[in-house]
Design a protein around this ligand. Sequence first.
Ligand code: AMP
Ligand code: GLY
Length: 440
Amino acid sequence: MVNNCLIVGHGAREHVIGEALVNGGANLFAFMSFKNAGLEDLSKDIKIHSETDFKQIIEFCEEKNIDFVVIGPEAPLVVGIVDALERGGFPCVGPKIEAAQIEGSKIFTRNLLEKYKIQSNVKSKTFNSMEGVESYIMEMGEENIVVKPEGLTGGKGVKVYGDHLFSKEDILKYCQDLVNQKSRFLLEEKCDGEEFTLQTFVDGKNVLGSPLVQDHKRAYEDDEGPNTGGMGSYSMEDHLMPFITQEDVNKALEDMKKTVAAVKLETGVKYKGFLYGQFMKTAKGLKLIEYNSRWGDPEAMNVLPLLRGNFIDICWAIINGNLSQNFEFERKATVCKYLAPEGYPINPKKDEPVKINKEKIDKTGAKYYYASVYRDRERIYTTTSRAIGILGIANSLGEAEKIAESGVKCIEGKLFHRKDVGTQKLLQKRIDHMNSLLNK
Ligand code: AMP
Ligand code: GLY
C-alpha cells in the first residue's frame, strides 16, 4: 500500500525528511509557510500557509487522505500540533504538547532531570525577578554562568560568560532585560568541553540512536561571531567523533531513555517522535546542554541520507510503539555547509536571487537542500535565514568536505558560508581542546 504522507515545515530539515519519505515509497504532500522548492518538486501537492494553523492542516489532511504526518520544526510542536491532528484522526510522528516541553521549556527540562536524578544534568536555578540573582552569581562564580531565557529563542537567546557576557554587570544587565520582558530565565552552570548531537527515534519507550554529528553555531570561521541556527555540521564514518567514545554514546543514550521514561511519569504522556540530545563532554563527564523535540537543522542532513532501511516503516513503528533496530546507517562521513544570506544572522539580505547550477552540482556529487528560500516563478530568493544546505558524503571526512566545497561553488548569490566546517584543521582544534581538558 502506498502511504500518503504529509510533512509540515519549510526548511532544509523538512526537505531531507521529505526525501526520506519519498525514498521509502511515499506519496508526499507538504504544508509550509514558505514555498520550499525542493519539497514542491518532491510533492504531489503543497499548501503554503502558517504551520501553526491546525484547522487548515487538518483540512488539507482530509482533502489529501493523509495516512500520517511528520512534523519538522519545533514551533508547531510546542503549541500542540500533534494533539490537534490526532484529535482530527491523523497519526503524527512528533511529541504531544506536554512531551514537547522538553524543548519548549528549558526550566521544565532542568527540573525534570533533577527530579529523576539524570546524571548529565547541570546545576541551575530559575528566576522571574532580580531577587536572588546576584547572590546566585556570587555562589557560582560569574565566570561559570550561562543565562537561558525560557521558551524558544531559535538558538539565539542563550548567553554564555566569556562568549557573550564578560562581567557580572553584563550578566545582571541581561537578566534585567529578561525581567523587563517578563521572561522567566535560568542561570545555569557553564560547562567546558566539546559538544555533539545525538539524534534518536523514540516510540514512547525505546530510544534508538543515529550517527553523532557536530554542528557549528557561530556565524564566522574559527568559531567567531554571533550564534546562529547552525552554519554547518559533520559526521564521521565510524558514527562517533574523534573525541567521543562508544561508551560516551551509551551513557548519553541511557540518559535519553531515562528522560523519555521521566516524561511519561511526570506528564502521563508518552514521548513519541524524534529526540535530539545536545551533549557536551567535559572533564566532569557528559553534560546535557539541551533537548530538542525534533531533528536538528543542519544535523538531519548528515544522518537521514545515510539511512539504510525504510523511513516510512520507522515512522509507523514510532506511531505504533514498536520500534526495533531493523535499520542501520551507511558507514560514511558527511559534511554539510550552509549558505546563508550576507549579513545573517544580524542583518540578513533578503529577497536576493540565488542561482543553482544544477547540472554542475550534480557532477560534483554534492547534494543540496533548500532551506529558508522561496521560489517565485522559477527563481529562488533569500529570506532572513539560512538559504541552502550543501552536503558531501564520502568514505572519509576529507573527501566529504571537498565534495561539499565543490557543491558550494555551483551556487551564485549574495551568500556566505564557513569554509572551515569539516576541515582537518578545525577537527584537530576540537581534539586538542578535549585532550587539554582531559589532561591527555
Ligand atoms: P542552547 O540553545 O541551549 O543549545 O544553547 C546554545 C549554545 O550555548 C549551545 O550550543 C552551547 O554552545 C552554549 N551553551 C548552552 N548551555 C551551556 C552550558 N551549560 N555550558 C556551556 N555552554 C552552553
Ligand atoms: N542545529 C541546531 C538545532 O537544530 O537546534
